[in-house]
Each structure stands twice: as structure tokens, then as C-alpha cells.
Design a protein around this ligand. Sequence first.
Ligand code: NAD
Length: 498
Amino acid sequence: MKRISHWIDGRVVESTSGNAAPVFDPATGEQTGAVDLASVDEVDAAVATARAAAVEWRATPLSRRAEVMFRLRELFDANRKEIASIVSAEHGKVVSDAMGEVARGLENIEFACGIPQLMKGEYSEQAAGGIDVYSIRQPLGVVAGITPFNFPAMVPVWMFANALACGNTFVLKPSEKDPSVSLYLAELLAQAGLPSGCFNVVQGDKAAVDRLLEHPDIAAVSFVGSTPIAKYIYETGTSNGKRVQALGGAKNHMLVLGDADLDMAADAAVSAGYGSAGERCMAISVVLAADAIADELVGKIAERIPSIKVGPGDEPDNEMGPLITAEHRDRVRGYVDGAPGEGATVVVDGREGVADANGGQGFFLNPTLLDNVSTDMACYRDEIFGPVLSVVRVGGYQDGIETINANQFANGTAIFTRDGGAARQFQFDVHVGMVGLNVPIPVPVSYYSFGGWKASLFGDTHMYGPEGINFYTRGKVVTSRWPDPATSRVDLGFPETR
Ligand code: NAD
């Protein structure tokens, strides 16, 4: 059985903690590996390595740091399929979906290739007589990333591409449920020419996370995961004096108005509701259907569901894979079990006919559609994070917007309408961080930033893009006076940067 260990100072390091957790193939239910769980000493060793490496890395010229990112971009691009298949084997998502994750991660690396431009400061000549004032941005030092199971390649890249390009060194604590791809990413970074010690991986659980949160040499923590843990990370990290951005869970609503193209809306609801088995923080989990079109829309969603191909992620025809663990599958099923008792209608029951991989041992649940859901039901209140789409019927725009704005989560949302005025009003009114106008999964491109509002994000800074650069740097303003700069020499060589 495969053993998945740490990556410290440029090489794989096996844990001596004696603690490990099982890693499964969710399509078969079989254990395929065991991931080491770091001790406090092992976390300390990774941080010490990162701290030592930070001295030279922050002094490395911008052009050289950009060069490493360009090389990483080439390696990432050349190995898309390999990355996607490692992700699929432990996460369960179909390889075509994992390829999408890799493609979006690649965009974040491409953004970081522009680091010389991104870290430019400002300059004011003659702010006072003979005095110039300018601003610079400098890296923080050692930063940590703590990441969820659902995007085991893309979310770490959201963090480390910008963090490293800015001149920080990095300690990643990946999800213990699908940890292997973190080591593959570490190898690619080493091949790209990143010096040893600049990027480290500690596999682990709460004990490793807690050590990172209290370690005096960690300057900042980026977290993506569920809301209760995000809140804990934010509160603990900031109380230890760290800069923290902690992205939490979601309950993303799609408001479908009476004038919408219902076939387009149904396609979008099915794609965004069941893609990756609903295990996306930007998945649509609630369709708010205007009363006038609700019956027709529910019919169109229901008729599309039987053609979704559910099965193991490595079979090319499949469109949806299993859930991450048996416990999570059972938890998601529990919401479907409880829904009729609360007054909801099970229109399509995903508990029936689940894919029979390995004699039914895989963690599958088929796409499920609930109608007549109301906002007091458990299936509405909680983040389900599975292939369960809930339809809540609303009077129209006003009712819909009030429902969305009353929800504790505020990651993504979408409106489907042909009315440009209504769409613009929605963009103005809605209290959510990422908004789609006839776009169901509005994940920002890498040169914008990603983040929700309310219980979907703790902290002030969204992730990646320009806000990512701000998060991983701090500003300094220099006021200068040079009475007589009389030093000069002759040098006929063409000026080089390195
Ligand atoms: P999770 O919160 O269980 O775990 C995330 C990370 O925190 C993992 O590395 C895990 O080891 C660690 N962790 C778990 N329990 C901990 C504890 N008690 N103390 C300290 N650390 C702990 O999340 P998950 O199940 O891996 O991922 C799914 C969740 O992530 C969903 O809620 C989803 O909405 C959310 N998510 C959010 C975004 C976003 O951008 N807002 C993106 C992806 C996923």
C-alpha cells in the first residue's frame, strides 16, 4: 500500500510520528494508501527549513522568480493529464473534471509569471523640495496554506503561486483525504528550479494545523475549507498575530426569473448542481424558481438527470464520480432521507440505482432533485456538499433576492433572465462575493480575486489575483533626500538584471 509522506527541504521525508490516516479510492471503497500525520516536531522542521530558505529567496531577483514560475507553467501544462489522474484517483471526480481544475490552476501560475509588474510600487518626485517619496511591497516571510479535499491541486496553486512569486517561502498542509497530488506539485516546483526549502508539505490533521497557527515563524495563513473550521482558523491565527484569510463553505443560489430561457437554465442547474458530485464550493445547491415557471423548470431539470453518467472517475464516458468518503455519502443521504418529513418532495431519488463499482462498495450517490423546499428545512439551511439540488419556489425577483440575502453563506450566486435591467439590479442588490449573470459557476479568472462574503470568508482579503498579491506582501513607504549623488563609473556592458 502506498505511503504518502511529507516534503521538506526538497525531498520526501517519512514521518516518525507513528500516526497515519487511510486514503481511499472512492470509486471502489478500497484503501489505497496511508498518509503520515505530522507531529509538532515535524511541523517545526518544515517551518525551520522554510525560514532558512526565505533569506535568499526574498533577495532573489524578480526576473529569476518569474523565470521559475514560467518553468512551472510549462511543466504544469505538460503534465496536465498526470496531475488530473492523481487527483481523480483519490478524490473520485471524473478525469475530465479534474482537467478543468488543472486548467484553472494553470491560470493562477500564469498570473504569477507577471510578478515583476505586479510588485511595482509608486513614486512621487519632488513631494517636497528635493524630497521624493515612494512605496515598495515586500514579502512576509514564511506563509502557510491549509487546503480542502475538493480541489487538491487547484486550491494549493491559488495560494503558493503568488506567495512564492512575491518572495515568501511556503508550508502546505493539504487535505488528508487526497494528499498525493501535493507531493507531485512539490516535485514540479523543484524541477522548475525553486530552491530547496522554499516549498514544503506537511501531511497532517488538526495537530499539524494547530502548530502552524501558533508557530511564531509563520507570518500568514491562507485557508480554504468548511465554515466552522475557517472561523476557527481565522480566530486562532489572528489571536496569534498572523495575517489570515479563511474561505469557508457555501450555499449558492440560482434565481430563475419568469422570462429566462428555461432550457438554458435547466442545463446550467444540472451542470452546476451535479458537476464534481456537488463537491464544489461554487456548486449551485439551491434553485430559486419564480412561481410562474417553477413546474416547467423542475420538469426540465428532472428530465435531464437520467442521462448523467455516474461511475468511476477514470472511465472516460462518466460525467460524475463518487463522494469523497463513505461517511460523507451517508451524511448527504441523510438530508435526502429527512427531506420528505419536513415537507419537501423528492422528484428524482439518487438513493436508487447507485453505481455498482466493486460490488457496491464505492461511495456513490446519484443526482437527487428536491422540490418544494423551504428555508427552514435542514436540506436548505446546511451546506450539503453533494449531488442534491433543492428547488425553492419564490414569487419573483424581490422574494428571490431577499431569500439569498437572508442566507448565512454568500460565496457565489447567479441570476437567469433575459432582462438586462433585472440582471443589473441583481448585481447591485445581492450580498454575495461572486455573481453570475446567466453564468452558473462564476469563478473569477486569475487576474481578479476569489472570495465570498459573510460566513463564506473570514478576513478582509480575497484569494489569488491582485488581492492575493496584497495578502502575501506588506507595504513600505520611503521618503528620501539625496543632496549630491556624485558617484559614477564607466561600464560599457549591456545592463543585466541577474
Ligand atoms: P474541512 O474544513 O473539513 O478541511 C479543510 C482543511 O482543514 C483540511 O486540510 C483539514 O485537514 C483541516 N481541518 C479539518 N478539521 C480541522 C480542525 N478541527 N482543526 C484544524 N484543521 C482542521 O473541509 P473539507 O471537507 O476538506 O472541504 C470541503 C469544504 O471546503 C466545504 O465546506 C466547501 O464549501 C469548502 N470550500 C470552500 C471554498 C471557498 O473558496 N470558499 C473552496 C473549496 C472548498
